[in-house]
Design a binder for this molecule. Structure first.
Ligand code: HSE
Length: 433
């Protein structure tokens, strides 16, 4: 029997769920793992906050930095969640004292991970972060352990539950973005202070940064991301995409090309029969292509206390198992610097929605401009929404593969036509030509 002495900083949904699970499953965990999980100390911003657990039995610390002074503390669980400041100081201090750290803090790992992993490696301890990516899905261990000796060709997925919920609900209930964002806040999926991280794609990009580093051995570099969120998506685009056989999802994808890293989070049209297009609500999912696998697809709960606590507990188990695998799989010193691959020269097919006046010459002007710029149109739809002669009409175009800079040149020219009434919606289409 091994004892694992734990301290926990941050008692929100995930922290409370970790304590609850360790309490409720104490003998099951002990029998199955031969580990006795002991919680030596806890800390949070507000001791008196109403929680689903009784915290009376644990020693309370107002200052989380004092947790690591507890004698025989083996592991600090950091769930405060600041991008730097106290979270960074606490993790740094713990690793400096050779205390292992488990965290769910994706922003901190994505932005300051390299320094902290170096420190962990130097002090021969682990900084684990299964909970930081896709909540309860054990994607980190899958890449770090089972797939480590594979060459990963590409990783892509839905890494943010809130935005996936918003897109799903907009489509199912025919609601606009702002309406569904309010519902998502009411349900507690996001909050006023944090929603921009979700809807602007930043949370997804934090997670993609961590996955890229694991898959490609690159230094954690958040600046390598190109990010477009979902706040400008219109219900009309969801509706027309569906008519064309697609669902719109916020997709994060990364691969290495010409020794540079392509790391992009943006809305995409996906074939509505593909598994990823059918990941709905707050679920997350990930596709991995390797030299051994055409595709591995995993789907599950990307957030929520109970599911995410599973990831935290799996990290505790890894620490005791002392797997000899370092925090990132790679020794942090072996990580390489990969430059950002700029997406302008990448080819993709695109969906465009052009709102125009209903007058003669609109289609011919647009199509001849595409011809001049050698952009091949795949489908074109003109769908008047009502019979009033003066109302704008949407022209929906999908293209064959075209380089992004070529498409942007065309869009800039089309937007100069008098008959174009608003900015053109442009969304890339996944795996289509
Ligand atoms: N805010 C995140 C999401 C959950 O909506 O997926 C935690 O990563």
């Amino acid at each position: 029997m091994k004892n694992l002495n734990i301290c926990i900083a941050g008692l929100g949904n995930v922290g409370s769920s970790v304590i609850k699970s360790i309490q409720e499953n104490h003998s099951y965990l002990k029998d199955k793992s031969s580990i006795e999980f002991n919680i030596l100390g806890i800390s949070a911003k507000n001791k008196d906050k109403k929680r689903s657990i009784n915290i009376e039995q644990f020693e309370w610390f107002d200052n989380p930095l004092e947790l690591i002074n507890i004698k025989k503390c083996d592991v600090l669980i950091e769930l405060i969640g600041f991008e730097k400041d106290l979270s960074f100081d606490l993790i740094h201090a713990a690793l400096s004292k050779k205390i292992h750290v488990v965290t769910g803090n994706k922003a901190l790992i994505a932005k300051h991970g390299t320094e902290l992993f170096n420190l962990a490696d130097k002090n021969n301890c682990l900084l684990l972060y299964e909970a930081a990516v896709a909540g309860g899905i054990p994607i980190i261990k899958m890449i770090k352990n089972s797939l480590f000796l594979n060459k990963v060709k590409k990783i892509s997925g839905i890494l943010n539950g809130t935005t996936n919920y918003i897109l799903t609900k907009m489509k199912e209930d025919n609601l606009n973005f702002d309406q569904v964002l309010s519902i998502a806040k009411e349900k507690g999926y996001t909050s006023d202070s944090e929603s921009h991280l979700d809807i602007d794609g930043i949370d997804s990009a934090h997670k993609l940064t961590i996955l890229s580093s694991l898959c490609f051995g690159s230094k954690l570099n958040f600046n390598n991301n190109e990010i477009t969120g979902i706040s400008k998506l219109k219900i009309d685009d969801i509706f027309y995409a569906e008519k064309l056989g697609y669902n719109i999802k916020l997709i994060s994808e990364a691969y290495v090309m010409d020794n540079k890293i392509y790391s992009v989070t943006s809305p995409k049209l996906l074939d509505k029969n593909s598994p990823m297009a059918n990941v709905n609500g707050v679920l997350n999912a990930i596709n991995i292509e390797t030299n051994h696998h055409e595709n591995i697809f995993v789907e599950g709960e990307g957030a929520g206390g109970t599911a995410t606590a599973s990831s935290i507990i799996s990290d505790l188990y890894e620490i005791v198992s002392n797997s000899k695998i370092s925090s990132l799989g790679y020794k942090s010193k072996a990580l390489i610097d990969l430059e950002k691959f700029h997406t302008n020269s990448i080819s993709s097919s695109y969906y465009l929605r052009i709102m125009t006046k209903d007058i003669p010459g609109v289609l011919s002007n647009i199509t001849s401009l595409f011809k001049d710029l050698e952009i091949s149109i795949k489908k074109i739809l003109q769908l008047p929404e009502n019979n009033q002669s003066n109302s704008p009409i949407p022209i929906i175009i999908t293209t064959h593969n075209v380089k992004k800079n070529q498409l942007i040149e065309a869009i800039n020219k089309i937007e100069l036509f008098d008959f174009v009434l608003e900015k053109i919606s442009i969304i890339s289409i996944d795996n289509d030509d």
